[in-house]
Structures are given as structure tokens and as C-alpha cells.
Design a protein around this ligand. Structure first.
Ligand code: DAK
Length: 259
């Protein structure tokens, strides 16, 4: 793994790759260097056969307080266009293995968008979600108007984007933005436990499952159903399907080969 300055990366024995955003003095503001390192590390872990699932987290105060405002302050539209930051962010979406955002503290602006670009969000009790870009004279630029609206619905997304309403962990859970809440003390440990359970599952089926659920956000229903069915049939060509069903029938634990 490369030497990173803005993130800490740990390859764990239980097939989980843990990435900690590490600019604590700047509330983990997502500058270009951090985003470049993050997508690089995700790509490396994605390609590593010893890893089955990744967790992205921050610290107790901040998952991330958004894109780095100091870095953007004097940018022109053309600077933004040429810097092509969005392709960096898009690479998070292209990761094939499951990625869990473990959010404690604030997830604001690009921080909330980064969490939403992951496959699921697991919150600590002190987590707060918001899209405060309106206070800076701009709007969300990395999926905040789109993914948030799909997750929590139009009325709430409007209030968050138009009027900087923040959601508590409890609200985020109630409105479907996060899948679980754990106490601040147990949050990372429990998230890693869930990640290691996922990492131990049938790898090819995991990949298809992630693609199929994500397709629900991109495709009309009929096409999504066709996509799901093709993926389902395809899995019958894998050794893991034979193993999984044979293990069930013979009341034993399955041993996945990832092929
Ligand atoms: N950028 C840069 N520095 C930040 C920052 C940020 N987003 N958030 C916090 N910091 C820095 C503060 O400047 C301060 O630094 P010093 O003054 O000590 O040098 C330090 O972190 C601690 O912050 P505070 O002193 O403000 O701490 P508080 O506890 O009082 O407040 C806070 C914490 C998170 C509530 C507050 O710092 C805050 O409101 N931060 C800004 C939140 C925000 O507006 N976020 C949205 C940013 S815009 C795109 C991709 C992404 C985006 C757009 C386009 N493309 C690819 C096209 C995303 C845009 C955004 O996220």
C-alpha cells in the first residue's frame, strides 16, 4: 500500500479494508489530495483478493465537513471544469466490492455526498448529516441533490438543500439514509463486525448483488428486473452457487471459492 498523507489504511485479517480519513484539524475536509488518496486506496483494496469489503470512516468529531472550502474559495468556473474533480468522485461509485461509510460526527456537504456514494451508511449516535452549500452561495456538486432525494424523499431533501436542515442519526435512520445506528463507543467495532460478515460471503454473488441494487437507482423498473434476472441466471454458472446450495442441503457450512 502506498504512503498516504491524508488517510490511514489498514488491511485487516478478516478480509476488511479500513480507510480512515485523517485531516482532523480541518474536520477531514476533502481536499484534492485526500480524495486522490482515497480513490487510490479504494482501487487497491478493490483489486486485492484478500479483501472482501471496505469501510471508510473519519474520527469521532467528523466523518468529513465537506469539500475543502479554502481550496475552492478563489476557483473560477473554468478552474472547476478543468480540475475535473467529479471524475475522482465518480471513481468511488465504480468500486466493485461493498463499501460501508461509518459516520460519526458531522457528514456535511461533500462529506454527506461521499457517505451516500458508498453502499451503505452506518451511523454513530452523534452523527449529523447536512448539505450546507447554500450558505456558501452554491449547491451540492457531488450527488447531494440526487442521492439525498432518492434516499429521503423530495420534501426533506428540499429542506436540507434549500435551508441547511441537518439530520440527527435518529432522523437519518427514520428517513432511510442510514441502515443502522450504534452507540459512539461501539460504532466502529460494530461496523467492522458487519463488514467482516459481508467480506466472508460468496464474492461473485456479492458483486452481482451490489450491481443489481445500484441498478435500481439508474434503470427503469422493467430494465432493472431484466438486469437482476440475468445476474441471477449467471450465478448458476459459478462453483459458489453449487457449493452454497449443496451446503444447505447437506446441513454444512459453505466454503466460498469466488468462482
Ligand atoms: N473546508 C475547509 N476547512 C474546514 C471545513 C471545510 N469544509 N470545515 C471545517 N474546516 C476547518 C475550519 O476552517 C477550522 O480550521 P481553522 O480555522 O482551525 O484553521 C477547523 O476545520 C475546525 O472547524 P471549526 O473551527 O469551524 O469547528 P466547529 O466545531 O466550530 O464547526 C463545522 C465545525 C463542521 C460545523 C464547521 O467547521 C463548518 O460549518 N464547516 C463547513 C461545512 C460546510 O459548509 N461544508 C460544505 C462545504 S462545500 C464537487 C465535489 C464536492 C463538492 C462540490 C463539488 N465536485 C466534484 C464537482 C462539495 C462541496 C462542499 O462540501
Amino acid at each position: 500500500m502506498a504512503d498516504y498523507e491524508n488517510i490511514l489504511v489498514e488491511k485487516r485479517d478478516d478480509r476488511v479494508g479500513l480507510i480512515r480519513l485523517n485531516r482532523p484539524k480541518a474536520m477531514n475536509a476533502l481536499n484534492g489530495a485526500l480524495m486522490t488518496e482515497l480513490v487510490d486506496a479504494l482501487g487497491v483494496l478493490d483489486a486485492d483478493p484478500e479483501i472482501g469489503c471496505m469501510v471508510v470512516t473519519g474520527n469521532e468529531r467528523a466523518f468529513a465537513a465537506g469539500a475543502d472550502i479554502k481550496e475552492m474559495e478563489t476557483s473560477t468556473a473554468v478552474d472547476m471544469l478543468y480540475s475535473d474533480r467529479i471524475s475522482l468522485w465518480d471513481r468511488v461509485r465504480d468500486i466493485k466490492k461493498p463499501v460501508i461509510a461509518a459516520v460519526a460526527g458531522v457528514a456535511l456537504g461533500g462529506g454527506c455526498e461521499l457517505a451516500m456514494a458508498c453502499d451503505m451508511i452506518i451511523a454513530a449516535e452523534n452523527a449529523r448529516f447536512g448539505q450546507p452549500e447554500i450558505n456558501l452561495g452554491v449547491i451540492p456538486g457531488a450527488g447531494g441533490t440526487q442521492r439525498l432525494t432518492r434516499a429521503v424523499g423530495k420534501a426533506l431533501a428540499m429542506e436540507m438543500v434549500l435551508n441547511n436542515r441537518w439530520l440527527s442519526a435518529e432522523e437519518a435512520y427514520r428517513f432511510g439514509l442510514v441502515s443502522r445506528i450504534f452507540s459512539n463507543e461501539l460504532h466502529l467495532e460494530e461496523t467492522l463486525r458487519i463488514a467482516s460478515e459481508i467480506a466472508a460471503r460468496a464474492p461473485v454473488a456479492l458483486r452481482m448483488a451490489k450491481e443489481a441494487v445500484n441498478a435500481a437507482f439508474e434503470l427503469p423498473l422493467a430494465e432493472g428486473l431484466r438486469f437482476e434476472r440475468r445476474a441471477f441466471y449467471f450465478l448458476f454458472s459459478t462453483d459458489d452457487q453449487k457449493e452454497g446450495m449443496n451446503a444447505f442441503v447437506n446441513k454444512r457450512e459453505a466454503k466460498w471459492q469466488g468462482k
